[in-house]
Design a protein around this ligand. Structure first.
Ligand code: HEM
Length: 417
């Protein structure tokens, strides 16, 4: 199927957006383009959301907290069954909205204090580790002359970086990555009841793990983010409570690595599909930071982000009633032709590339953006240095990951001489 043959039986060009995980990049971008011109705000009855596709509208929705609430951002797309709710209750699973879905006034306080620990110098200390991870991966497959860069490099790498940041020991990494995958599937996938129950067990396991981790750092601080947050707190609940810190640690696990795994895959894929750009970064690695911005604009990994209308509001001439739900299609905003010239062209010299909204916008804009950018730059620097002749293997399906709100290649087969 290409973008022209996607089922549009309801008459709306983007009715298929409720099944974004089935669509290829080209199909998605084709639908977005038509939506921006024909119906920039459209109701999707099968999922009960309004789809919003233009840059300015998305920025308004994400940033105006008087009109739109962020309380639904992490709500599961498939509501939890009673069995799952009972299991979570029985396991004492008790996180509360802290950052992304926190509508309370304390969002500002928690974010500001947590950001104290999220400093560039903390990320810079990770630099040798990230370079080592890329080089270890390349060492492991270089002689094969071909590799799946998702499976053999970027699936685990951002998780390992995040775990290092959080002070999670290497022997726990595999189990936690599995818990995190379960959490993603539970929130943004379409799991069966049986899968939901297994995933809910993992969610509770991970919550228990975070509670224990923070307790351990209270007793013996280390060189990691939870210890930094405890130091910022300095025993003062008006700065950060222990519960806040536990919740931030819990939340970072989901926020911080699937997104970066998918974005790393998208960035490498896009650069290799645009050979001249890949060759340009090989010749001049100083171009990489700006190329990363264009990759984020051109093929960002978060497809949609949610808000709830607090009041009746008109967006692009369409009335959205109070209480209705909205999906902001970030990649569509990133290709809005009224904001980006020739948006469908990938151009690593694009002047306003950094104005993309791949990380959202406003008070909830991605807190991990500096870390994500840093990781992407380091991955591309090392990869382009080690394997300058890297090319895509032509015969491959480039299947996207099966999560409605995220996109990235499930596999990325490359070869070199
Ligand atoms: C390329 C990778 C990433 C992308 C595309 C991405 C994208 C996003 C988006 C779209 C939002 C919602 C913003 C809004 O509501 O306006 C968000 C929020 C957030 N992200 Fe990221 N993210 C990435 C990586 C990370 C990393 C590495 C971390 C942490 C280590 C992180 C932590 C967060 C947090 C904590 C929030 C919530 C902030 C708040 O509500 O105050 N993200 N991200």
């Amino acid at each position: 199927m290409n973008s022209e043959t996607v089922d549009t039986t309801s008459g709306c060009p983007i009715s298929s957006l409720s099944d974004t995980f089935r669509l290829s990049n080209d199909q998605l971008e084709g639908l977005f383009k038509r939506a921006r011109t024909q119906s920039p705000v459209t109701y999707l009855p099968d999922i009960g959301y309004w789809a919003v596709t233009r840059y300015d509208d998305i920025k308004f929705i994400l940033s105006d907290k008087d009109v739109f609430s962020s309380e639904i951002t992490l709500e599961p797309l498939t509501p939890y069954s009673d069995e799952v709710l009972s299991l979570l209750k029985a396991r004492g699973f008790s996180p509360r909205p802290t950052l992304s879905n926190n509508e309370r006034e304390d969002h500002t306080r928690i974010r500001r204090s947590a950001q104290e620990a999220f400093r560039p110098k903390r990320f810079a200390r990770l630099e040798p580790y990230i370079r080592q991870l890329v080089n270890d991966a390349v060492d492991s497959f270089e002689a094969d002359k071909r590799a799946d860069l998702v499976d053999q490099m970027v699936y685990e790498l951002p998780a390992l970086v995040l775990f290092k940041l959080l002070g999670i020991p290497e022997e726990d990494v595999r189990e936690i990555k599995m818990w995190a995958d379960s959490r993603l599937m539970l929130s943004f996938g379409k799991p069966s009841l049986e899968d939901q129950l297994v995933a809910a067990g993992h969610l509770a396991d991970y919550w228990d793990y975070c509670v224990k981790l923070v307790q351990q750092r209270i007793e013996s601080p280390r060189d990691d983010l939870p210890s930094d947050m405890l130091a910022t707190r300095g025993g003062d609940d008006s700065i950060l409570t222990i519960e806040d810190i536990t919740n931030v640690v819990f939340g970072l696990l989901l926020a911080g690595h699937e997104t970066t795994t998918n974005m790393s895959g998208n960035a490498i894929l896009t650069l290799l599909q645009n050979r001249a750009s890949w060759d340009a970064i090989v010749d001049d690695p100083k171009l990489i930071p700006h190329a990363v911005e264009e990759c984020l604009r051109f093929r960002s990994s978060v497809v949609a982000w949610r808000r709830l209308a607090k009041t009746d509001v008109d967006i692009a001439g369409t009335r959205i009633p109070a209480g209705d739900r909205v999906l902001c299609f970030l990649p569509s905003g990133c290709r809005d032709e009224s904001y980006f010239d020739h948006p469908e062209q990938f151009d690593i010299q694009r002047e306003n590339a950094r104005k993309h909204i791949a990380f959202g916008f406003g008070r909830h804009v991605c807190m991990g953006a500096p870390l994500a950018r840093f990781e992407l730059v380091v991955i591309l620097e090392e990869l382009s240095k080690r394997l300058p002749g890297l090319r895509l293997i032509v015969e491959q399906s480039l299947q996207p990951v099966e999560a409605v709100q995220f996109r990235g290649p499930q596999e990325l087969w490359v070869e070199w001489d």
